[in-house]
Design a protein around this ligand. Structure first.
Ligand SMILES: Cc1cc2nc3c(=O)[nH]c(=O)nc-3n(C[C@H](O)[C@H](O)[C@H](O)COP(=O)(O)O)c2cc1C
Length: 347
């Protein structure tokens, strides 16, 4: 089956499907392939292609599409507001081995929303209407949207939903926070249910999925056909399989401290770049560990954030993780990790 047929099968299946969320600077093919070693998602999203009058699809994202070794479908995401440029890019991207073209209507980074792209477009529903109409006509493969529930107020969703419903989308992912909320709680799961009940296409629930039991509850509560997970699987790549175990009524398998340590090593190797200085590699790893560290008792995160060398980084990891006890890797308040993600704030 090609990517589009695989996605079609997921959308038609009675079993909920699991997606890895698009994450700038994280979800490249190295990360997808690493997730796949732990069971992985049923479908992957690229980080967004920035689209404007003179844009060309970013080479490193094209490389990820070409190097996807997960045997699972990939969806190409775009961000932008210029209709001719979005059409031009979508037509180019749909020639690649991708399952669908997705439009980002959620990015909360000020540099993006001030240009009225990503989450910024949610302030202009009529403009969204025109963009979706034009893209739906131009895209000959599946066309999907990933949205937040409003710019500054959840009540905006009542205006947005009929627009999404109008354009024969193939799937709608709802990250149930407003743009103004950034990554703060609460996630408005009731609005995902509203979308599931309104839309004729499948709805994918997104936002703060962190455990198998909670994932099962969310599927029931939101009536979503799939779950999209971002930071929760950076923290624990075991989460995808744990959710599958939960849905099948099987006992959940948790990793030991040493298995978590092995994941950190695999993450380092997947991110290693030969020309980067050790300190830069360390800084890059800390971005991932910011999430993983939310599930490790304090003062792990505090110490790891101060590490400067590979040896120091691994000494601290060893001190907290070189053991055979199982780990839930769910967010612990005591780990004192930032609620708004450091990475996302930097976008
Ligand atoms: C570092 C980072 C980068 C992100 N980049 C993108 C992106 O390129 N496109 C997008 O639609 N969402 C992006 N997001 C949002 C995620 O896809 C997701 O909607 C959000 O993190 C909520 O899901 P989670 O709680 O499971 O992480 C990003 C989030 C993070 C943390």
């Amino acid at each position: 089956m090609n990517h589009q047929e695989q996605f079609d099968a997921l959308l038609k299946s009675n079993t909920p499907f699991l997606a890895l969320a698009p994450m700038q600077d994280v979800t490249d093919s190295a990360f997808w392939n690493l997730m796949h070693r732990y069971g992985g998602a049923d479908i992957y999203w690229t980080e967004y292609f920035r689209v404007h009058a003179v844009s060309r699809p970013e080479k490193w994202i094209l490389k990820s599409i070409a190097e996807n070794a997960t045997c699972r479908p990939v969806i190409a995401q775009m961000i932008g507001n210029d209709i001719p440029s979005l059409i031009r890019t979508a037509k180019e991207l749909q020639q690649l081995p991708v399952a669908a073209i997705d439009l980002n209507l959620g990015c909360p980074a000020p540099i993006v929303y001030r240009k009225c792209a990503g989450g910024g477009l949610l302030r202009e529903p009529l403009r969204i209407d025109s963009i979706l109409g034009a893209l739906r006509e131009a895209v000959s493969i599946k066309f999907t949207v990933k949205t937040r529930v409003g710019f500054s107020d959840v009540r905006e969703f009542d205006t947005l939903l009929p627009i999404f419903a109008k354009h024969s989308l193939d799937a709608l992912t709802v990250h149930a926070r407003t743009v103004a909320q950034m990554y703060r709680l609460p996630v408005h799961y009731d609005l995902i249910r509203q979308a599931s009940e309104t839309m004729s296409c499948p709805v994918i629930a997104n936002g703060h999925v962190y455990s198998a039991a909670q994932a099962q509850e969310l599927l029931a509560q939101t009536k979503a056909r799939g779950l999209m997970i971002g930071r929760g699987v950076i923290r624990s790549p075991w989460l995808f399989n744990q959710i599958r175990q939960q849905l099948q009524g099987e006992p959940i398998t948790y990793p030991t401290g040493r298995e978590v340590l092995a994941y950190i090593r695999a993450l380092w190797e997947s991110q290693a770049s030969f020309d980067a200085a050790e300190k830069i590699q360390c800084e890059r790893m800390k971005k991932f560990i910011n999430y993983l560290g939310e599930g490790v008792p304090a003062p792990f995160l505090h110490q790891i954030r101060r590490s400067q060398t590979e040896a120091e980084f691994y000494r601290i990891c060893g001190e907290f993780l070189d053991h055979d006890r199982t780990m839930l890797l769910e967010p612990l308040a005591e780990a004192a990790a930032p609620t708004a993600s450091t990475l996302a704030d930097n976008l």
